[in-house]
Design a protein around this ligand. Sequence first.
Ligand code: UD1
Ligand code: MG
Length: 463
Amino acid sequence: MSTVAVILAAGLGKRMKSSLPKVLHPVLGDPSLLWVLRSLPSEISAAVLVLHFGREQVETALAEWRKEGLLPCPVHTVDQREPRGTGHAVQQAVPELDRLAPRRVIILSGDVPLLGKESVARLTALDSAMLAMDLLEPRGYGRVMQNSDGTLRGLVEEKDASSEILAIRRVNGGAYALPWCELKPALAGLSNENAQREYYLTDAVVAVAAKVPTHVELCDASELLGMNSRADQAQLQSLARRHINARWMEAGVTFLDPETTSVGPRVELAQDVLLEPTLRLEGQVQVGKGTRIGQGCVFRDCRIGAGAEIRPYCVGVDAVIGDHAKVGPFAHLRQGTRLDEKVHVGNFVETKKAHLHAGAKANHLSYLGDCEVGERTNIGAGLITCNYDGFHKHQTLIGQDVFVGSDCQLVAPIQLGDGCLIGAGSTITQDVPANAIALSRTAQVTREGAARRLRDRLKGGMS
Ligand code: UD1
Ligand code: MG
């Protein structure tokens, strides 16, 4: 059966007090809308996103996710122009739905990020259904009324409810699966004669339920929590954190302090990974077996091999770290960094578009940008690849088994041949052939006893 999703995301999100559209606010590094899109089961053939406030920002984000292959299906957008209620929002998707001609439509909210794939799949398994939750404090939600067989009889918004209905604790979760042939006429028949002068989607759902038995599926309240304020956002993050960390602990990962460790929804951790406190892994991060990641590290879109040791306070973005590498403390691996196996990158080393081949070492205080460093090469403390002339970036190519002494500058473009040796304190501006020694410093002058003579003279001048 062909199923299309409609995702509502036109609301202003006034209570977020933000210039960023509500659905782009992140939960553990991924925007709310990306969580919702990712929850769509594979049988959903397309999604129609109803946008208005911040439409351009959302479309830019969508284009990026599409490029990165993060969208589970084609996503079309429509503009609601004037938000006049959830029913009005779905009405805007009607031309797209007519074009896509689904048998069934799934409706979700872009600001409800934690609804799990399993719960969406429970909806898609039924012809006509909605998700509900039981709340001790149901304030703010629409109330659910059921027939004696449990199917849906009515939905009443709080502002339209009598005190009798207000006492109902089963509330509408705002997620639905409905047959398109029944939903379409129900949308056309909506009116805004209610307390809020809005076109309610819930009225259309009830109209469908009068024709087709509509199941009320109970769902965990934590999955249906919406992001309406920064406090909601914080609560969503802590719920997601607890859930994700528990899953990884179950899979054999050690968290020294799960409460302060944030692992995003797209992170993959192998067995025996050990995560120290206060670290953050976001986006597409993969960590291999037995790797330890130190306190305070932040990695985004990185691949980290097995048996690696990442010491505290390292930052990595778009970097690949090989098996048994040692990194940090305080290393900064910027985009395009590639460390092969057993590479060591030590404290206060910054890398960018740098490929360090197996066994290479840069243990202290260096900038390695736009460069290749060959196998087993040793980079002394304080090396700088001078890769930028103010206009263009240039490459530094360093061969294997090279020894670069401390405090050198390599002015790119430049090439150091295999096995060469660069004397400490050199500024190298010309290519160095294999196995050569190159140094560029003025000859040392040593004057015997001159220090004592100088001190004596200065002392004499003081008396
Ligand atoms: C809605 C339901 C309510 C349910 C609750 C669950 C209706 C009438 N009521 O209420 O029964 O308990 O969700 O969270 O549907 N949106 C648009 N355009 C609009 C209005 C809303 O795109 O004109 C979007 C919002 O951005 C949001 C979603 O629709 O993503 C839900 O809207 P919201 O205003 O939160 O609906 P509620 O009043 O909470
Ligand atoms: Mg709401």
